[in-house]
Design a protein around this ligand. Sequence first.
Ligand SMILES: Cc1cc2nc3c(=O)[nH]c(=O)nc-3n(C[C@H](O)[C@H](O)[C@H](O)COP(=O)(O)O)c2cc1C
Length: 258
Amino acid sequence: MDVFQAIHGHRSIRSYKSDPVGDSLLTEVLEAGVRASSSGNMQTFSIIVSRDEAMRERLYWPHMEQEMVRQAPLVLTFCADFRRMRKWLRINDAPDNFDDFFAFLVAAVDAILVSQNVALAAEAKGLGICYMGSTLANADQIGEILELPAGVFPVVGFVLGWPDEDPAPRDRLPLEGLLHHETYRDHSDDEIREIYRDRDKAGWDRYMSFPRLRELVEEAGVENLAQIYTVVKYTREGHARYTKNVLDYLKQQGFLKD
Ligand SMILES: Cc1cc2nc3c(=O)[nH]c(=O)nc-3n(C[C@H](O)[C@H](O)[C@H](O)COP(=O)(O)O)c2cc1C
């Protein structure tokens, strides 16, 4: 499959066959994935492969009880990891300047880039993936289950396996709404309405097509897609809780001082 086909063929897959993903295929996908660019070629990430059923069962709860964690044969967790690099510095008598928040950001960017490379390589082989924001939101609980030592922090993760569904591709905002030439040009309200015009309808229709989500939306009494996002999905209370989780765990893992 050529790279454009793989990119345009992407849809998040949330239903999986129980068929395993063979070791040699997984290795091939990961070898391609780690070709991603990284800061200074330091590759300050680690990938944790969770194949064991009992381990995925433990991950199910912090991943907010998303059924695909149980169903898919693999969960991949991409961690910002300066631990390995810092050990290498120490045994070579090199100064260690990487115990700070900037180091975390550098490593997080590396982890995110490699994750998307792995995702594309997997999809090019006919596998499906679905990222899980719970990796970051509940980083502390997931880190504990995965026994991450100081210097390692889970940033993104996805389930991986053979698709058992064939969903239609989801819409994207029009390219003009995402693009600026030379300098940032702020949008007027009318331009914002135009950029989100199709999304407002496609997104609302999609939520209404899932009975459980429709129920939630009706209970909350919201009337448009924007309100679904911040009244139902991404609430202030949720964000405050996840911010605290992340900041506390960044301190624990040695990326933030008190
Ligand atoms: C960082 C990140 C976290 C995500 N978290 C979840 C999640 O927890 N559960 C889920 O079903 N989808 C999750 N998704 C998938 C998005 O909902 C999906 O990518 C988006 O709706 C676009 O759909 P598509 O991937 O099918 O094109 C996540 C995607 C990203 C990039």
